[in-house]
Design a protein around this ligand. Structure first.
Ligand SMILES: O=C(O)CCC(=O)C(=O)O
Length: 220
């Protein structure tokens, strides 16, 4: 059997850092379990409808604030009108640790208070086009966690959906952070690699991705 080759932490662009294997086996299992609960409601995981009539191939559920293209609200008015599940403190703590580790600066997570998470499930054939995360009114970093099948994560530039971009393979347990000059970079998932997943984490097929963000919004 081939020895596992360690994958190094990589600064993909200023402010954008990939940290392979950041979640250990217990954390991956805990995250899958939590995602299963969130996917069940109060707002069920669903394919998001786009204003021009398209439907996203990923299925999504949100915490803290509900995202529907292209705004946040407390209630999921395009699904069942329910208020979304709260954003848990433990996840915010993961976010602070993620920033400290990604930026190799113990203070990088100080004051980071994510208040929304988008959890995407990629089943067979699902992908995500190049886009910017720009519905937040805060420049705080986005923290992204992956469990399950590996994918090609395309991380581009802040000007266009096209080149230059870097393709990064995200695997189960990987962390990717983008903040600072990379915060508004276009990014997407052109391909998930079926059968590369993480059954030990409790996910037998497909890919889960959770991005946490700071909306910059206050209570209505
Ligand atoms: O699945 C991923 O890795 C990216 C998700 C993403 O870009 C998003 O939710 O906006």
């Amino acid at each position: 059997m081939d020895a596992l080759v360690p994958r190094p932490r990589t600064v993909v662009a200023p402010g954008a850092v990939h940290v392979p294997g950041w979640l250990d086996a217990d954390a991956r299992r805990a995250l899958v379990e939590a995602c299963r609960d969130w996917a069940a409601g109060p707002v069920p995981m669903r394919h998001t409808r786009l204003p021009r009539g398209g439907v996203m191939s990923v299925r999504t559920v949100c915490l803290g604030w509900h995202w529907k293209p292209y705004a946040y609200s407390r209630t999921a008015d395009d699904v069942n009108g329910a208020r979304v599940a709260p954003f848990p403190d433990w996840l915010a703590e993961w976010g602070r640790r993620a920033l400290a580790d990604a930026y190799r600066d113990p203070a990088a997570g100080d004051g980071y208070a994510p208040d929304t998470a988008l959890i995407n499930f990629y089943g067979a054939g699902a992908r995500m086009g190049m886009h910017q995360d720009r519905d937040e009114r805060s420049g705080a970093p986005v923290v992204s966690l992956t469990v399950g099948d590996a994918c090609v994560f395309r991380f581009g530039n802040t000007e266009t959906r096209g080149r230059p971009y870097t393709d990064v393979q995200l695997e189960s347990g990987d962390l990717f952070v983008f903040g600072g000059p990379a915060r508004l970079a276009y990014h997407g998932v052109p391909k998930v690699l079926p059968g590369t997943g993480d059954p030990a984490a409790g996910l037998h097929s497909g890919r889960l991705n959770l991005t946490m963000r700071v909306t910059g919004l206050t209570e209505p």
